[in-house]
Design a protein around this ligand. Sequence first.
Ligand SMILES: Nc1ncnc2c1ncn2[C@@H]1O[C@H](COP(=O)(O)OP(=O)(O)O)[C@@H](O)[C@H]1O
Ligand SMILES: [Mg+2]
Length: 244
Amino acid sequence: MENELSFDLIDLNGNVIRKEELVYIGRGCNASVWKYEKEKCAIKIFYPRGRTYALSFNVFKRMKNLELVNIVKAQQTLYEKTTSTKINKQQFDAYKMEYIETEKQALLDMKMTQLLQNLENLDKDIFVLSNNHIEMHDVNPKNIIWNKEDSMFHLIDIDMYEINRGKVKTIYEKNNIFLYILLRGVIRQEINSLNEMSDTSRRELIYDISSIFSIDSKIALVKKVEELAGKEKDLKTYVLSRFY
Ligand SMILES: Nc1ncnc2c1ncn2[C@@H]1O[C@H](COP(=O)(O)OP(=O)(O)O)[C@@H](O)[C@H]1O
Ligand SMILES: [Mg+2]
């Protein structure tokens, strides 16, 4: 069965997670993701052939102890439990991470205060990552999940993140651009699925709203919109009010 595991997992302390304890959440090209109810965490398990695209041990080690708010990091490495007792620590098969209860929330429907909070959190995270020479990759709309309860969005899928030994400032700028492109991508998708407008206004709207996420001043701009529109307004109401 596609959604059943054929092996148990074990951590470096010898604790076993039995396959029956895992509940399937989703999968991509390289891995499947499971919920481990007992510890309220999520576990990502790589397919044997997905290994080339798995998180590197160096990035894992470096990120593990960083304080991140909206970027979901790997917390502990796990290994397929086999009869052999030898484990090569660096060749892990899976990892534990924080579990995010998800329910899709449109960015456009997000209140300005919440949007601002998310951007501030992400900005902090990017600052911390960049200071530690970690460059983000694979930052795309598929790798953002939403926790509707607290209106926070989280970046997942850190597997392609890399260590960049270059200047922190350059890494920070690069990571910011990735985030900026991601937010624009999400906005573009959402606007394209609004059906109450013409193609021309759609294009204008995409342009207009994208300017809210301009690279350097994303927080300043959102703050400005918040002042203009009010904290309780959402992005869509604000932008539509500029058109009609
Ligand atoms: N920490 C998590 N909490 C809840 N769901 C998650 C978590 N991480 C991943 N998922 C779910 O699993 C899916 C695949 O995760 P992802 O890391 O993007 O895998 P892939 O590398 O295969 O693209 C996501 O789209 C999401 O629905
Ligand atoms: Mg993914």
